[in-house]
Design a protein. Sequence first.
Lengths: 295, 295
Amino acid sequence: MELRHLRYFVAVAEELHFGRAAARLHMAQPPLSQQVRALEAELGVALLHRTTRRVELTAAGSAYLQRARAVLGELDDAAHEAQQVAAGVVGRLVVGCVGSATYSLLPLLARGLTRELPGIEFSFRGEMLVPDQVLALQGNDIDIALLRPPVHDTLIQTSILRHDRLVVAVPDDHPLAARRRVRVAQLADVDLLVHAGRPHSVMHAEVVRLCRQAGFEPRFRAEVGETSTLITLVAGGLGAAVVPEPVTALPIQGVVYRPLVGGGRVALAVAHRRDREEAHLRRAVEAVRRLVDPS
Amino acid sequence: MELRHLRYFVAVAEELHFGRAAARLHMAQPPLSQQVRALEAELGVALLHRTTRRVELTAAGSAYLQRARAVLGELDDAAHEAQQVAAGVVGRLVVGCVGSATYSLLPLLARGLTRELPGIEFSFRGEMLVPDQVLALQGNDIDIALLRPPVHDTLIQTSILRHDRLVVAVPDDHPLAARRRVRVAQLADVDLLVHAGRPHSVMHAEVVRLCRQAGFEPRFRAEVGETSTLITLVAGGLGAAVVPEPVTALPIQGVVYRPLVGGGRVALAVAHRRDREEAHLRRAVEAVRRLVDPS
DNA sequence: TAAAAATACTCCATAGGTATTTTAT
DNA sequence: ATAAAATACCTATGGAGTATTTTTA
């Protein structure tokens, strides 16, 4: 069976006259009759009851007419939808986000993206470690990643969004909590909590670099996956943690944040697979850039 | 566009390999490639992203694949449905019923028909006058009529179901209410209510015939459309009414029914258009016959 | 008898096949 | 170097056209 059969049958069913239906289809009457008969033969069902004076639908024909119309309509819809998806107007995207930006950035993006690209269905995965994000991008498990560069994979395109200052998260009864600001040197004999992960996270590496620069080796107490857990352990008094400033958007009872003087900055970037050029992905990446830096 | 394009695209999308898809479709690879490209050209959308090493769906392709699968599935369903309708297993039928049988027969048929022919969707129109039923059959507004013969139309096939005795409906304070049975002669000086309609209803003609046979002319007080209204007017004291016995299934406060001695009988028949030979109609008529006369 | 569908046949457009080339890994 | 898709070209099926017949109201 082919769509031709459906189109012809619908035309005849609507005209109830092979001659007029053929005219409407810009074809001759005999092949139209043939194709409709072929359809009936294939279905094994009489769709039309013909005399030379009158053509009328059988009960089966009525039922099939409805369905045939529906199918033809859905096919049009399908074409439109595909075109819209191709144009990037509609689609589905998964956004991954590194832990330290989860609580400040994701709410902003969730609101902003769904507002600016209403045809695209977004879902979000927060608290991801950077290496996992890279793997997820490679496997198309996520489409866009918000991560801390650098990423050593030529397949992944990254673009820096902004630089975040560092702060130190300490329990509120910790000696450092009494100070307005913390210098790197003051971390010398403090237990530090860092993110887990092989290879070590960007923050982990940055803390090591800063401490060595200040002339000492940092004392790591524990490695933790999620930023929320990290801060919870700080609240529990296990130690302090050096984190990017946006983490302060996560207010945990018993934890205070103090600027880290001379602590440098860590970049935040948006990343996606370089070989994916869908319009909706490009639009969404653009929207992320605009939403993070409205300038 | 033709269904071929959908089938081919679905095969390629499922195999993600033109060669294997072609094998599955029992055809060579080049024409498959051509047809899929033709589909993309017609839609104006790239559905597949091809390298010589890998074939993958674009976002638009994913969307279209879902829709294409759905369309192909629905087409199968449509064929099945048409076959079922043709076989008379499923369908839709409207049953019309004359007023005097509405309250005894329709409840029975409503239950019985939906039980015996569960695929067929029945609807019922009660309180119809016989001439209106004939018109409705002619116009295919109803498919089956339960009426009082004769019907003078060669297009309509009627088949007698049973014969109903006549009874007299009288107000409970009427002199005739005191009697166990009523003879025709006793209707001589009684106001009678009858059904309206041009030509006169079968019951109307039968009452005139009986009275003249007994040597007097009946005194008609009012003409009414629906049997329920007729009985209500009897309850209101406007007069008596000669009705077929099944009307007693309609118990109205203040009305009593008394057998009409020597009153003859009126037939009840099932009728349908002779030129309609659909299986579901024939089955339904058969079922009506069985349900009315279970012998 | 006249209008309309079915039949008989003819033709050519195009779906599909074969052989080969191109391309990306 | 190789696997796989694209291209080029050819073949032949079958969809559509023309002429005619059949049917029924």
